[in-house]
Design a protein around this ligand. Structure first.
Ligand code: ATP
Ligand code: MG
Length: 373
């Protein structure tokens, strides 16, 4: 199924000009795709249900987001890890990292999911998301945050001649974006198929100077959230794309090379694998929570009450210090330190750096490890 053609430009290079989108026939999917999509949507439903009944779900969700943000930024070349991002947001980073990119991704995702309660999923929304993602980010000085590009860009290679792929020139890009916006509003497709096509078409148009990959990956989660097949944004594909990075690029390439269904198979496999994994993760979290809760309940009544609140806080911010216990939890300094000591005795918290004497930092390592696989 062709979705566009390569056209030689006046300047001598060849660019991809998308056909009117969606082209006739693009949305006639073979039974194998429909079957896979149905399976994917079943699993998404199951995941959504499970995360829904998880106690403290909102706290856990922020870790899924950190994980996705980390993988998504790593695809772009960011070296920082989940731990680096957590340390930076807890304000206890000791080394210089590029974790700020991860934090911007988190900021954009949170912005997007809130914004959708009062604003339509539209081109304007896409630009806002890009602005949140790129403003201030270290690696993004030339990205023109929130603005569609006015010049030609390319993917792979070092110039327009040797590029892997040259997206449409700015004028054609605007036509393609107008079609893209109309496509978003179609509501007769299976959402999971629509999300897959949406991502590939967005990457084909490549409307920003930089940050197209990250913005496009945010769109997947936010689209499914908006279509209400997710009650909360809980399906994050970036780790799957990171793990299969070359395949991810190859299949995007296939999408605009007449093999759109190759892309969809890959995408749906990703949804299925990711949903299954996230269901497993939820189970592991529940088990860990139960066993740590039992330890806490065994403390004296007053300590147990603050302990439960503290544990809940750790699900969101698994890096702790006395200062954090004082500032975020409202404990007194001695009270906070005593509780931390108890958590260390019970094996819930571990010191980040054994040698530090003052202002020690502690880590809820068994929890972070669930997300580290
Ligand atoms: N052959 C291809 N055709 C279409 N899109 C592609 C192709 N190869 C890669 N891409 C997409 O382009 C993205 C890179 O574009 P860009 O650098 O603008 O985005 P980014 O967010 O800065 O980068 P990254 O994806 O590396 O995080 C990739 O992540 C992928 O989504
Ligand atoms: Mg980039």
């Amino acid at each position: 199924m062709a979705i566009g053609t390569l056209v030689k430009q006046p300047d001598g290079y060849t660019a991809f000009i998308p056909d009117e989108f969606p082209s006739t026939g693009l949305l006639d999917f073979p039974p194998a795709i429909i079957a896979k999509a149905a399976q994917a949507e079943r699993l998404i439903g199951k995941l959504d249900g499970i995360t829904h009944v998880l106690p403290d779900a909102d706290f856990f969700l922020s870790m899924y987001v950190v994980k996705d943000a980390t993988s998504s930024a790593q695809i772009e070349g960011t070296k920082a890890t989940i731990m680096d991002a957590l340390e930076m947001s807890a304000g206890v980073s000791v080394k210089e990292t590029d974790a700020d990119d991860i934090l911007y991704y988190i900021k954009a995702l949170n912005y997007g999911s809130k914004r959708l309660s009062s604003f339509p999923f539209s081109l304007r929304f896409v630009r806002e998301l890009h602005k949140e993602l790129m403003t201030g980010a270290r690696s993004s000085h030339f990205a023109d945050p929130g603005e569609f590009r006015k010049t030609q860009n390319w993917i792979g290679g070092t110039n327009l001649q040797n590029a892997t792929f040259v997206p449409p020139p700015a004028a054609d890009m605007h036509n393609a974006l107008a079609d893209f916006e109309k496509f978003i509003h179609i509501n007769t497709l299976m959402p999971v198929i629509q999300a897959g096509i949406l991502h590939a078409q967005f990457e084909t148009i490549h409307p920003f100077l930089d940050g197209n990959g990250r913005t496009g990956r945010l769109l997947i989660t936010l689209f499914l959230f908006e279509r209400a097949i997710l009650e909360k944004p809980v399906l994050f594909l970036s780790s799957f794309f990171k793990k299969n990075q070359q395949l991810y690029y190859d299949k995007l390439n296939a999408y605009h090379n007449n093999k759109t269904n190759d892309w969809l198979h890959f995408f749906l496999d990703g949804v299925i694998e990711t949903a299954n994994q996230s269901i497993e993760t939820s189970k592991k979290i529940t088990a860990l929570r139960e066993s740590d809760m039992r330890k806490i309940q065994a403390l004296g009544k007053r300590e147990a009450t603050s302990g439960v609140l503290f544990l809940q806080h750790l699900f969101k911010n698994p890096i702790a210090s006395t200062a954090m216990a004082v500032n975020s939890m409202g404990f007194t300094r001695p009270g906070g330190q005593k509780l931390i000591d108890r958590f260390v005795e019970m094996g819930i918290l571990k010191p980040l750096d054994e040698t530090a004497k003052y202002g020690k930092t502690y880590v809820y390592r068994s929890y972070i490890e669930i997300f580290n696989d």
